[in-house]
Design a protein around this ligand. Sequence first.
Ligand SMILES: [Fe+2]
Length: 244
Amino acid sequence: MWSESGGQQSNSTKERRVNMSELISLFSTAVVKTNIGRDFTENELQFLLTDLPMLKDEHRRMTHHQSESFNIFDNYAIELKDIKTFCEHELKRYLENIEGVHSDIVNLCITQSWLNIIEPQGSHYLHNHKNSHLSGVLYISCLPNDSIQFSNPDRIYDATLKLPKKKDTEFNTTGAAVSVKEGDFIIFPSQTLHQVGVNETKDKQRVSLSFDTWPTHIPSLYPPFKLKVDVTAGDMRIVGSPIL
Ligand SMILES: [Fe+2]
């Protein structure tokens, strides 16, 4: 709490001032978690857990597999039709409600989509998603007490001042874990660093469907200029005016 100056103040005056303190949190990162609101169908689970071809390298004993296709929403449009519709609907809600974007003018299209399977002892290292605006993850199969961990690079790498910490607060923490279960769906800004901890079960897979996005078009912030040549008395000037 804020320090008080002036040793003559009574305790009640100090309490009133402390109670009047207002904490203002500036510029936080919006991670939205929702749930698909239904069980996955038998056909969806058969496709995602069994039929979808996965990249596996038995020699390297990989414990984190990704689908061969990085465009599963388009390449398997029939199998994933309802899931894609749900994801697109939630993307639009994020764009409108969190970013306040006029979605009749600009929307987001899904640029790539893929499946992740993390086997026992597998994990996913700290990373973010390049060339993407928002990213989404739908959880198909989760582990007990499953989560995704987000990290704040400003607080990880900016170690110019490291004071002894008595407690974690919203303003000193280097990361935050978001708990997830089957059917949960999260959307986050793609540049946000995130990772997945070690699958410490003996025989359970963690299965998630991820995707990246990009705006359908990016409007110019400035009106384009048309050039007029104005020649007067041997003088030539180029005059710019906005095209309205
Ligand atoms: Fe990721």
